[in-house]
Design a protein around this ligand. Structure first.
Ligand code: ADP
Ligand code: MG
Ligand code: MG
Length: 921
């Protein structure tokens, strides 16, 4: 018994159009398009399994692959009526890479394979076009030389450029048949010289080498870097397929063309045909940005018949794939061929717009519209744009290739960009004539990309859009001189390190830094997030401490405030002195006097916050950090004292050091009038106060403040502090209620580990509630709950649920506590190494550790709800804004997540995804 022979090769007519893992995205779509009747040149695909087997075996093709390839070639010969290597009517093919996930330009492709000195003559005989045949030939020698034989570009580029120069032509279309013939001969010599043997003439040898080279490009440096950067793992794409496709020629004269198009504008999402083409050119000319192509709209005039066919292709593709397509086409002698299609890479703005419009057009439903968009990508919509009030004149204008504005220091090549970034972190703008896949590492470290050549579908544009980085392409007023590291725009010279601003939305380039402003929410985004809210289980709250933050959070669609950190309110410049007064006071009376001053301030804060958010809930966390955080450091105080004493010694009459100003202002909260400074008694007073604070700082010293005297512990030892805050919340609630504003304040206690702590605080809450009700004449509406950020609290969740109306997981502290990692030490010292060694997959402070911290949360939710089945339970802190963590929170049945304002849109979409993905599982 033998195993059935494994099939490694599928014809476009037979391959499974849905199996991208096996056939690669390009291959699967070539099959799919062939099978739905689109005009694809015949061909076949070698599977990714063959690639893996090839790479694993140290570069030998599995048995039988070449046999299958030969059979398919025979079929191609029959289909086309041509012969591979035939000296009269030759079949030429392309050998193209393509993995499950598209990695534009990262792997290799060879065109015109099958050309040699014999088939060249056959090509001339068939087409009667010598120029064309030599053009195809020289392209093949160069591409094959580069990809399959590993010869560096410059060996070809240099002689090519010098012949162009000699002939006085700028673009290769200007070269004559004789020129191209000469170039082919020079190229053949280059190959001979570089490899030590003549150019391979045997087409099957060419094919064998080309297939192996393309398979090998999967593990080439560019491809590996790209996969690492974009987190493409083997379960997403493993190996490249190889597509062998009958050549069609866009370079056979002026009734031929080649182009790339998007079914809609990928920069804005607008439903208008978008693309570029070049007459008399071969495919890679457009993508490589060697000649600047024409916009597709021009084809309507230039080739109306073809344009109509193209429009038809566009609509067939969209209807079939129900997704925006990015496709390649070639026109040979008036016949349109489709050579590739894939889902269009768009920026988020375009994704959002097309999502909403595809629903309106009935092509997809709302769920699909939501799932099309990665929550994290919404961050792009919060991109800055140029301040419309800035009165600036552009220095140059190119094509708006990827939207958003950015400003940075010019750098002229990718390696230098990387080198500069490693020295300092100032923003960079990569300015190049055109970009190539080799430049990819420069993209990663730059804010934006500017090119002087190439169109909106050029390499630079496609990659920048994928990364969400602003890009202006083809700004042809810019002359780049890489060697001298400068560029000329008219009379203006830009040197490396000069600052420019580019606007990828308009295509404008400016000298210097132009101010930018925050992005605005589009109507489409509002619509989409509205659909998200309808489907989400989780509510999305924001962390906000001041009314401005609350307003912004509301604009982002927050459904309340999940965490208001009251200590932030203490930090304002005019309040800190009162807080200091409270902390350094020795007696309860002194402390109460300071608190009495703070009460009206806090109450007013809460009134504003509650009113802004009405009728949504606002969760107010009582003072959390250890109080010495409000005090200056011991070293600072010692320094101040030395200076003050020095000042006292050297003080003569009106002789005053200006340093006094700031020293005194630190104490009194205001700047003393200049004439008073002469008075040495003021200095004495300052010294006295500094010494008192120093004493306090020393008495409050803690070995381990994170685990020290903070949160509820502070509330219990200094009950008057929490009493003031509780009173401020309740009085603010009453004030709002009396003004007819619907409010739902929640008082939240931090660092709780036992229900006795909650009970103890509740005694005060109850007493204050009674007093406030009496004095205000209305019963304040509020709820009382606890943070869950201590391991013991989770373990005692059932007990705590007896006392609390709600729980809120503080997963920053809970993560520290569960791992026994102090965050700063972990992140600075050992976490990176843990990640590298695979001991921990992620940074648990960024990605919620579902297995450990999450398990604890899940248990606590169960125990809490065992006591109060409908208990409101949420999460606040950084994890609340991260899609993966949000999914987990949904799974364990939390009621809400709370995150920073700008992450609210991301969280809303992620909450919808969590619900939708759950129901499809
Ligand atoms: P990439 O993945 O880098 O786009 P492709 O395999 O798609 O590489 O090919 C590069 C260029 O060559 C594309 O513009 C493509 O349209 C063109 N091309 C590939 N195969 C053929 C063919 N059989 N006939 C004409 N042009 C082709
Ligand atoms: Mg392609
Ligand atoms: Mg905390």
């Amino acid at each position: 018994m033998t195993d059935p022979v494994k099939q490694y090769v599928y014809s476009f007519a037979k391959g499974d159009g849905h199996n991208k893992m096996l056939l690669g995205g390009k291959g699967a779509n070539l099959c799919e398009m062939t099978q739905i009747g689109l005009n694809v040149p015949p061909g076949f695909t070698i599977t990714t399994e063959a690639c893996l087997a090839y790479l694993e075996s140290g570069n030998t093709l599995p048995d039988g692959v070449m046999k299958e390839v030969r059979e398919q070639m025979t079929t191609l010969e029959k289909l086309t009526g041509k012969g591979f290597g035939d000296a009269h009517n030759p079949l030429l093919v392309s050998v193209r890479s393509g993995s499950a996930i598209s990695m534009p330009g990262m792997m290799d492709t060879i065109l015109n394979l099958g050309m040699n000195s014999d088939t060249l003559q056959g090509e001339i005989e068939q087409t009667g076009d010598e120029r064309f045949a030599y053009d195809a030939y020289r392209r093949f020698i160069q591409l094959f030389g580069k990809v399959a034989l590993g010869i560096a570009d410059e060996h070809f580029d240099e002689p090519f450029e010098s012949i162009k120069k000699r002939e006085g032509v700028k673009e290769d279309v200007g070269l004559s048949a004789d020129n191209l013939k000469e170039i082919s001969e020079v190229f053949l010599e280059v190959v001979h010289g570089q490899t030590g043997r003549p150019f391979p003439e045997n087409p099957y040898e060419q094919l064998d080498l080309a297939i192996k080279a393309v398979l090998g490009s999967w593990s080439g440096k560019r491809a590996v870097d790209y996969r690492r950067e974009f987190g493409i793992t083997p379960d997403m794409a493993n190996g490249t397929a190889v597509n062998i496709c009958t050549m069609v020629f866009g370079n056979r004269g002026n009734d031929c063309a080649t182009g790339v198009a998007f079914t809609r504008n990928p920069g804005t999402g607008e439903n208008i045909f978008y693309g570029e083409y070049l007459v008399n050119a071969q495919g890679e000319d457009v993508v490589a940005g060697i000649r600047t192509p024409k916009p597709i709209a021009q084809m309507r005039e230039e080739m109306p018949d073809i344009y109509r066919q193209l429009e038809e292709l566009r609509s067939k593709l969209e209807t079939h794939y129900t997704e925006i397509q990015d496709f390649e086409f070639t026109i040979e002698k008036g016949i349109l061929y489709c050579l590739q299609t894939r889902n269009g890479k768009m920026n988020t703005q375009a994704m959002v717009r097309t999502s909403v419009e595809l629903v309106a057009e009935g092509l997809i439903n709302k769920e699909q519209a939501l799932l099309r968009i990665a929550p994290e990508s919404l961050e792009q919509m919060l991109f800055p744009r140029l301040d419309p009030r800035a009165d600036v004149t552009p220095l140059a204008t190119g094509l708006p290739a990827s939207p958003g504005a950015a400003c940075g220091h010019v750098v002229f090549d990718a390696d230098r960009a990387v080198a500069q970034k490693s020295v300092n972190s100032r923003p960079l703008i990569l300015l190049r004539e055109e970009t190539k896949p080799e430049d990819i590492h420069g993209f990663f470290v730059s804010e934006a990309i500017l090119t002087s050549r190439g169109g909106k579908t050029s390499h630079a544009a496609v990659v920048a859009r994928g990364m969400g980085k602003p890009c202006v392409a083809g700004a042809d007023g810019i002359e780049v001189d890489v060697a001298a590291r400068r560029a000329h725009i008219g009379d203006v010279v830009i040197k490396e390190g000069d600052i420019i601003t580019i606007d990828g939305t308009s295509g404008n380039v400016y000298l210097g830094a132009v101010p930018t402003v925050e992005a605005e929410f589009s109507e489409e985004l509002k619509t989409l997030l509205g659909w998200a809210d309808e489907r989400a289980g989780l509510k999305v709250m924001a962390n906000a401490d001041i009314p401005e933050d609350a307003e912004r959070a509301l604009r982002y669609g927050a459904m309340g405030i999940g965490l208001c950190r009251t200590e932030r309110m203490f930090n304002a410049a005019e309040r800190l002195p009162i807080v200091l007064e409270m902390i350094v006071s020795d007696t309860l009376e002194q402390r109460q006097a300071a608190l009495d001053k703070l009460l009206p301030i806090q109450r007013q804060d809460f009134i504003e916050l509650f009113t802004t958010m009405a009728p949504n809930p606002v969760t107010v966390r009582l003072l959390d950090p250890p109080i010495h955080e409000f005090l200056p450091s011991e070293n600072q105080l010692l320094d101040d004292l030395i200076q003050l004493k020095h000042l006292k010694d050297t003080m003569r009459g009106s002789e005053v050091l200006s340093a006094t100003l700031s020293l005194l202002s630190n104490i009194n909260g205001k700047i003393a009038p200049i004439q008073q400074l002469a008075d040495s008694s003021l200095v004495d007073e300052a010294i006295e106060k500094k010494e008192a604070i120093l004493k306090k700082v020393r008495s409050l010293f803690e070995v381990n403040p994170m685990l020290g005297h903070r949160g509820v512990r502070l509330g219990i030892t200094f009950p008057e502090i929490y009493a003031m805050q509780i009173r401020a919340v309740l009085e603010a609630a009453c004030a709002c209620q009396k003004a007819g504003v619907e409010v739902h304040p929640e008082i939240m206690i931090p660092q709780v580990c036992t229900s006795e702590e909650l009970k103890s605080i509740k005694v005060h809450v109850e007493a204050i509630r009674k007093e406030v009700e009496l004095s205000e004449g209305v019963a304040p509406i509020f709820r009382f709950g606890t943070m869950m950020e201590v391991v013991r609290a989770c373990m005692r969740a059932d007990e705590l649920a007896q006392e609390a109306d709600f729980f809120s997981f503080g997963t920053n502290d809970l993560t520290q506590a569960t791992f026994s990692f102090s965050r700063e030490d972990a992140e600075n010292k050992f976490l990176p190494m843990y990640n590298e060694a695979g001991i921990l997959q992620d940074n648990p402070f960024e990605v919620l550790d579902a297995n450990g911290v999450g398990k604890l949360m899940k248990l606590a939710v169960g125990w809490g709800r065992g006591v109060k089945p409908d208990m409101k339970i949420g999460i606040c802190g950084e994890h609340g804004g991260h899609p993966a963590s949000i999914r987990f929170c949904h799974k364990i049945g939390l009621s809400y997540v709370s995150c920073s304002g700008p992450r609210v849109p991301i969280a809303r979409l992620a909450a919808a995804h969590a619900a939708l993905l759950e129901s499809t599982q």
